[in-house]
Design a protein around this ligand. Sequence first.
Ligand code: ATP
Length: 303
Amino acid sequence: MKGTPVLAVRELRKNYGPVCAVAGVSFSVAKGTVFTLLGPNGAGKTTTLEILEGLREADSGEIELFGQTVRRVTPEMKNRMGVLLQEGGFEPYLRVREVLSLFAAFFQRPRPVKEVLAEVALEDKARALVKNLSGGQRQRLALGVALINDPELLFLDEPTTGLDPQARRNVWDVVERLKGEGKTIVLTTHYMEEAEALSDEVCIMDHGRVIAHGSPRDLTAGLGQDTFIEFEAPELPAALGDLPGEVHRDGTLLTLKTANLVASLEGLLSWSRNRGIELRNMVVRQPNLEDVFLALTGRRLRE
Ligand code: ATP
């Protein structure tokens, strides 16, 4: 049933010596939904996931999984989950089918390898060696491995990092299909487009804490009625204070936040004309999760 939490954490904490990786994180994940931990490198996403996967022990906090409250994930719980780790690292001289068969052997009731191959669209690569797969195919194999035990709950740690846009979309398709089958999916990413495209709920993390939580739509709606004008300008004056809106600068990329789009566009055009500054790749867009992060922290997700 939708709405029933499959997973909840309360006040989860984890230090690595003096480094506080997870500083009191709480959230819950409803059955049949995609839940995303979004945050920059080092925000504590992987550590949180690894605790939930049973790979690490939290210093403190409570975990509720499949209706049971525990301090540490049990082997029975692990049997009901699938995990895609950040570093897959499969044996390069195994064939795709052999990798899946190998992982299938770890479980009492695995799914047929053929069925999983179809699910991740790798049927025509069944006999290919791992070393000859593209990055996207390798990632789909990793997804297949995570699905071999027919898990109810899937953890996907940065499933599309380093993939090209097409390969990323292929992975998204698989995630959407799995959600359609009623699986619950917890993923981490630092791509805000990915979080927006896939998630029912997003937890934005920074420095080990949850700094915002909600559906992508609710999170961006929290920014109000503002619109964003983005453009690149190869040569810019040092002072940008007279631009018609609130400015954020990231190298040569400028983002102008405005509540009055028409006035700001007019102002921007005369600003560029008067100063002889060329505006390149100009786009007008609605707020996104990157803007939410920027508004909360003053930084971009990938600075
Ligand atoms: P990334 O996107 O880079 O994976 P993340 O949000 O997943 O980042 P974590 O990998 O959980 O973040 O790391 C959180 C913090 O804990 C970082 O400061 C990191 O350097 C530190 N850290 C992670 N693993 C260890 C470890 N095994 N020993 C010491 N420090 C660690």
